[in-house]
Design a protein around this ligand. Structure first.
Ligand code: IMP
Length: 182
């Protein structure tokens, strides 16, 4: 069963099968890296929820899961925004091996802020795992350790990614018809 193809969708970028296959591969890498450690996945609401769930189900190690939400304010699309935590984690992360799970790393501004904030809480390690990585628009360096797909400069929805809060529930990743050019 699949959803009707929405009119604002230009084309499918990755199918459900391709996404599943790639998440399985990345989950195996994470399992190997974090075996015998205290892994905690931190999901950034709301976009990472679908990806985090799919990833966590494929990990062959016990993990803790926590979530936080970020708000960003920007005067314009080209001016870097101000980021703040809108909903904090429920539990401390001191001494834990933390993997921040994102839907997409774009400019990197959100994650830079997040990593700085979380680093101050004394985790044993702090890494990044993202479904999508768009390095062409990066403004600040962030150390992405695990990524499923590198994508070009088009606006993508599905698998948790939204356009005006819609399309998060698409099982595939798709390019929107209106092109986002920063
Ligand atoms: P960054 O701070 O520029 O790296 O912003 C990352 C955030 O921007 C992601 O967590 C998404 O919420 C949003 N975002 C960036 N590109 C897209 C896209 O193509 N589709 C949907 N959301 C996007």
């Amino acid at each position: 069963m699949s959803l009707p193809f929405p009119p604002q969708i230009e084309r499918v970028l990755y199918t459900e099968e391709q996404i599943d296959e790639r998440i399985t591969q990345v989950a195996a890498e994470i399992t190997a890296r974090y075996r015998d450690r205290n892994l905690k996945l931190i999901g950034v609401l709301k976009g990472s929820v679908f990806f985090l769930t799919a990833l966590a189900r494929r990990l062959e190690i016990p993990v803790k899961i926590d979530y936080l939400a970020i708000s960003s304010f920007s005067a314009s699309k080209t001016v870097p925004g101000v980021v703040r935590i809108a909903k904090d984690l429920d539990e401390p992360i001191e001494g834990e091996d933390v993997l921040v799970v994102e839907d997409i790393v774009d400019t990197g501004l959100t994650l830079r802020y997040l990593l700085q904030t979380l680093a101050g809480r004394g985790p044993n390690s702090l890494g990044i795992c993202t479904l999508l990585d768009r390095t062409s628009r990066r403004l600040v360096h962030v150390p992405v350790e695990f990524r499923c797909f590198e994508i070009g400069d088009h606006f993508v929805v599905g698998c948790g990614l939204d356009y005006k809060q819609l399309y998060r529930n698409l099982r595939y990743l798709a390019v929107m018809k209106l092109e986002s050019k920063g």
